[in-house]
Design a protein around this ligand. Structure first.
Ligand code: MSP
Length: 534
């Protein structure tokens, strides 16, 4: 099945603190998903951005004594800087304080209200007057004697009732369940589907979507009642549609929306599953909009002792696992390409992974410096001495040669299956096997020995030809993960102009006599001493 286009999103990141490794993970993974589709010539749209409203942002700004917008501008820029450093190629960056977004939130809320999907009712909850906020039953119950979770020793909570607006979420539960069971709305991996179905089976409440402005002002005002702002999650989820022109005034903008929606993949972490698998699709059903094709839910990167590298933990632990130094250090030590390689190959879909500097170092050295990088250097060095730096003829294929060819073609096949499988591990696995196959072929055939004797030198050249051609295809296969190194390899193997995968993906098409470059040193080896000890 060929897809006509591919629209992928990351969650939009909270700006109440600086970016960390978990954000880097989401952004790189989405970039790689987008990259494989682009490589195959599929029109692709990759959206990311920042989530700027709500309690946390208001509180962080107040703590620093600055207006919330100032905090948002500053923090949002950090997220842009991070994705730039990671060489992520997003097509758009949405901010929920953008007028193009807030105006659409207003319209969507008005529509839901007009059609009777939003109603006013009493809200009852635990309120702390000192913190000026409501806490959930669960949060309060977790404290001794039902006190304020922020300051249990000092603050009381009281049971308060106030009017709030609710979204008739329960009315859409059945349709959501049907869509999930029919595979119309997929939640991957399967265990997350089960989780959502289990959640739905408990019965769905309606969703409180307003916040009283006396307490929380930093949000989008409800168009039908100025005393309230919109709950941050409803506001935030709509970014996936506002950014592509949903409900826009302009015809061309609306047409743009229709050309991308429904989204193909929303990428998200397991902590925000309910918001994406229940709130969002029920809102979409109410709005009469098609559901996302798929949610791809990943686990967490945990520190070595199994804790989430979150802001809260960082503070609890006295700063040792501070998120920012981790991603910055990762980039400082490994550079963008190896960091991207690690992040995209780090996790099995859906599972958590413990972050360990030594394991990362071993992995990137094995796959990149010793694997692809060393193979490229060896082959181009030998080509320079054996066949004057020109690509030689393949000659007859024996069993070994056919094996090399098959290994490389398997990597290409995994790339071509990607739009359906979204299986990065199969691409990376095939590339690793391809590199190993070349390595074994070389160590068995010893072209460097054969090159010494004039009579056997042509055979040495043939061995190089098969190996170089296989390496060329492996380089194409990793382009979305390590675009810079892949481009340098392609150039060293005579590639000119823009990459044309369809034209270059076939084994045996490298022209005889092509001038080959010098050993490109694609990936530096990362020494033990480069790893931070703290
Ligand atoms: N603002 C909301 C998302 C709104 S989307 C309409 C949010 N932001 S977040 O900044 O807290 O998290 C963004 C993403 O980063 C989530 O998918 C979350 O799972 C991911 N990560 C945060 N910490 C993480 C790790 N330690 N490991 C992997 N990803 C984790 O939630």
């Amino acid at each position: 099945m060929t897809q006509k286009r591919f629209y992928v999103t990351t969650p939009i990141y909270y700006v109440n603190d600086r970016p960390h490794i978990g954000h880097a993970y989401s952004s790189v993974l989405a970039d790689v998903l987008a990259g494989y589709h682009r490589l195959l010539g599929i029109p692709t749209w990759f959206l990311t951005g920042t989530d700027e409203h709500g309690q946390k942002v208001q509180e962080s700004a107040a703590a620093r004594g600055i207006p919330p917008q100032e905090l948002c501008d500053e923090m949002s820029q950090h997220f842009r800087d991070l994705i730039e450093r990671l060489e992520v190629r997003n097509d758009d960056f949405i901010r929920t304080t953008d007028e193009r977004h807030t105006s659409i939130v207003t319209r969507a809320l008005a529509k839901l209200h007009e059609q009777g999907d939003i109603y006013l009712a009493d809200y009852e909850g635990w309120y702390c007057t000192r913190c000026e906020r409501y806490w959930t039953d669960k949060e309060v119950d977790a404290t001794p004697d039902q006190r304020c979770p922020a300051q249990p020793e000092l603050h009381d909570v009281e049971r308060l009732t106030e009017k709030n607006y609710y979204f008739r979420m329960s009315a859409y539960a059945e349709r959501l369940e049907t869509a999930i069971r029919a595979g119309e709305f997929r939640v991957e991996p399967q265990k997350r589907t089960n989780e959502v179905l289990g959640f739905l089976a408990q019965g769905l409440n309606d969703l409180c979507l307003s916040r009283n402005r006396e307490r929380l002002d930093w949000g989008v005002p409800l168009p039908f009642d100025d005393a309230y702002v919109c709950y941050v999650w409803v506001d935030a989820l709509l970014n996936y549609k506002s950014a592509i022109g949903y409900l826009a005034d302009d015809d061309a903008e609306r047409a743009r929306h229709d050309s991308w929606w429904p989204v193909d993949v929303h990428l998200l972490g397991k902590d925000i599953l309910t918001n994406h698998a229940v709130y969002w699709p029920t809102l979409l059903l109410a709005l009469g909009e098609p559901l996302p094709r798929q949610l791809l839910v990943h686990g967490w990167l945990l520190d070595k002792s199994g804790r989430k590298l979150s802001k809260t933990k960082a503070k609890d632990d006295g700063g040792d696992t501070r998120p920012l130094p981790t991603i910055e250090r990762l980039l400082d030590v490994f550079g963008p390409e190896a960091t991207r390689w690690f992040l995209s190959t780090a996790m099995k879909p859906g599972d958590d992974t413990n972050f360990d500097w030594d394991i990362v170092r071993e992995r990137v050295n094995a796959d990149l410096a010793n694997g692809l990088g060393n193979t490229a250097n060896r082959l181009l060095k030998m080509a320079a001495t054996t066949c004057e730096g020109r690509y030689p003829e393949l000659g007859e294929a024996g069993e070994r040669e056919r094996g090399i060819q098959t290994a490389a073609e398997e990597a290409i096949a995994a790339v071509e299956a990607f739009p359906v499988s979204l299986d990065l591990a199969s691409v990376v696995g095939a590339v690793r096997r391809g590199v190993d196959a070349i390595s074994l072929y070389l160590s068995d055939e010893r072209p460097w020995k054969l090159a010494k004797d004039e009579a056997t030198r042509p055979r040495a050249a043939e061995i190089l030809a098969w190996s170089i051609e296989a390496l060329r295809l492996l380089g194409l296969a990793v382009t979305p993960i390590v675009p810079r190194a892949a481009a340098r390899l392609r150039e060293a193997l005579g590639g000119v102009g823009d990459l044309d995968f369809a034209a270059e993906r076939t084994f045996g098409t490298l022209a005889v006599g092509t001038e080959l470059g010098a050993p490109p040193n694609l990936f530096p080896r990362v020494g033990e001493d480069a790893i931070p000890t703290a």
